[in-house]
Design a protein around this ligand. Structure first.
Ligand code: ATP
Ligand code: MG
Length: 572
């Protein structure tokens, strides 16, 4: 392709709406354009890279024996109603009615429909089976951001495995895990695999593929000592028994604490550490009100709490509800005298003695409170967020926290969907059994953005060869000069004839402009045809290095072939 003919609307200025490097560069290099919040078009250069990632994924999926198909993006409500997710998806689901008033949605994910489709299988002989598709998903995200990273329309490769039993699921899951590692390796990503929450989806195990990045919205807890890594939502905390259990005080007592609301105010007022306080938060869990207690300096982990409660929705109660259940303003809730509601206490609070809590009375706290003596918890559980410096639950090492971009997710679903949708098979003895399922997703647009996030410099994108929109750009310094024009045309044609994806910058621009554009769009190899072409010499430069080599034309073309061959590019 000739640069003069390609539709690459590059931008010189950094678009003000773009906060992240990948978003800025995708706009500046003319890869995408925004149509509405979280809705983007892929322009030709972006689409080429998108297709390459898709091809790599397809190749790795096919190698596992998974079969590709394509489901509709418009789906009737009843399948989601059967699994309970018509409600659970809440406002993240795009819904509409057809002309007859029947409910439909633009699907956010396809577990129900694959389960429904695979139901036709009756015999154990047809299992295991893994199906996948590469298809557009719709999620009306609360906060679309960072361009295609968190979009409302995006393309996902989603795969679903169906096995006879848990051992079969383990096998299918392992195959997908390995295929994901190969896929992300081939995309040139540096990633880690972390344990993830199985949450409302049910299931027995789940891992996320995380690209470590400052802008990542997921928080990862990891331990350098033993290699443990988990999403913060999931990472298990151990009770830090820091409080040398002092003898339990006979009575707790009410203390007037006017204008003291925050934990900082309290530590100042009582002159003790925030570890002496336990905060009580009032939540609405579906239609039930509950209280959750964590140490004063900790945060409630709502995922853990939600899993414990088994509810679909969990949110902090509004001030009116707090007033109704505690008789006090927000900030003064406490467990003592809180009757008729469940109190779930974090493991760490359970190790504390003589601590301070809200008094359920605006402007008052109670000190010297002790569990069992002063109130009875309905459950003692790990319900707090892990933080940097905590002890690792596996090895007692020290936990660190990093941010990650979740590019892929694999999940042992078990029988949740097969039970809900009656996806059963007959085993060797003619006995009916639910199929055991797994599901596996990769976001293609997000993967593309993550690659840029990890592969760029101040001048632009540095595409890994395997996913670059084109491999080589041939730049004549002066296209008007006949010898340069002829030689660059010849090199370009030879590269194309050898099956190499090359572009020729045939514009009558200054060389500086051409180099700038080539750097911005990130083509991995640059061949510059200048004055030395009289001696049959060109410049060879890789985008990821500042070295410039002078080679004769044949050497340069051979080196291009060698570089491309050394990368695991998708097959055409
Ligand atoms: P997140 O926690 O980031 O919202 P998720 O847990 O909802 O992700 P999954 O349902 O597991 O994501 O989807 C599988 C993959 O689809 C993710 O790993 C990610 O690569 C991609 N993905 C999910 N939501 C979006 C989105 N809004 N925009 C772009 N890609 C997405
Ligand atoms: Mg999500």
């Amino acid at each position: 392709m000739r640069v003069s003919r390609i539709f690459i609307p590059t931008l010189r200025e950094i678009p003000s709406e773009a906060e992240t490097v990948s978003h800025q560069l995708m706009l500046r290099a003319g890869l995408v354009r925004k149509l509405a919040s979280g809705i983007y078009s892929l322009l030709p250069m972006g689409f080429r890279t998108f297709k390459k990632i898709e091809k790599i994924i397809r190749e790795e999926m096919n190698k596992t024996g998974a079969q590709e198909l394509l489901m509709s993006a418009v789906l009737p409500a009843e399948f989601y109603q059967a699994s309970g997710r018509w409600q659970a998806f809440g406002s993240e689901m795009f819904r509409f009615k057809d002309r007859n008033g029947r409910d439909f949605c633009l699907e956010p994910t396809h577990e129900e429909i694959f389960t429904e489709t695979v139901k036709e299988i009756r015999s154990y002989k047809s299992l295991p089976l893994t199906l996948y598709q590469i298809q557009t998903k719709y999620r009306d995200e609360r906060r679309p951001r960072f361009g295609v990273m968190r979009a409302r329309e995006f393309v996902m490769k989603d795969a679903y495995s169906f096995d006879r039993d848990n051992d079969g699921l383990d096998e299918s899951y392992k195959k997908m895990h390995n295929a994901y590692c190969k896929t992300f390796d081939r995309c040139g990503l540096d990633y880690i695999v972390v344990d993830a929450d199985t949450g409302a989806m049910g299931g027995s195990g789940s891992q996320e593929f995380m690209v470590i990045s400052e802008i990542g919205e997921a928080e990862i807890a990891y331990c350098d000592n033993c290699g443990f890594a988990a999403n913060v939502e999931k990472a298990e905390c151990i009770a830090e028994n820091s409080d040398e259990k002092s003898p339990i005080e006979e009575c707790c007592c009410l203390v007037e604490t006017p204008d003291v609301k925050t934990i900082d105010d309290l530590t100042e007022f009582f002159g003790c550490s925030s570890k002496k306080f336990a905060k009580t938060l009032i939540y609405k869990a579906d239609n039930k009100i509950i209280a959750a207690m964590v140490r004063g300096d900790r945060e409630v982990n709502e995922t853990k709490l939600q899993n414990y409660l088994g509810c679909i929705n969990l949110e902090l109660a509004d001030p009116e509800t707090v007033m109704k259940v505690t008789n006090a303003e927000v900030g003064f809730a406490g467990p003592v005298g809180l009757i008729n509601i469940d109190i779930i206490v974090d493991l760490e609070v359970a190790c504390m003695s003589n601590f301070i809590v809200g008094a359920n009375n605006t402007g008052y706290h109670i000190k010297n409170v002790n569990i069992e003596k002063d109130f009875k918890p309905s459950g003692i559980m790990d319900i707090r967020n892990i933080i940097q410096g905590d002890k690792c639950s596996k090895c007692n090492g020290t936990i660190k926290i990093a941010h990650g971009i979740e590019v892929g997710h694999i999940f042992k679903l078990g029988t949740k969907y097969s039970n809900a949708l009656n996806c059963i098979y007959l085993d060797e003895n003619g006995k009916e059994k639910p199929m055991v399922m797994g599901c596996y997703g990769i976001g293609i647009n997000r993967t593309m953005a993550a690659i840029i996030e990890q592969n760029h410099d101040k001048d632009g994108i540095i595409w890994p060869v395997s996913v670059a929109p084109y491999h080589v750009i041939v730049i004549p310094v002066n296209y008007a000069q006949e010898d340069q024009m002829k030689a660059s045309e010849k090199i370009y044609n030879e590269l194309k004839a050898a099956g190499i994806e090359a572009i020729l910058d045939d514009r009558k621009e200054r060389p500086g402009v051409k180099f700038k554009d080539a750097d911005l769009i990130g083509i991995p190899i640059r061949i510059t045809v200048g004055r030395k072409i009289g001696e049959n010499i060109v410049e060879f430069k890789m985008r990821d290095s500042s070295d410039v080599m002078e080679l004769d034309v044949k050497e340069a073309i051979d080196l291009v072939k060698k570089v491309i061959k050394s990368h695991d590019c998708p097959n055409e």
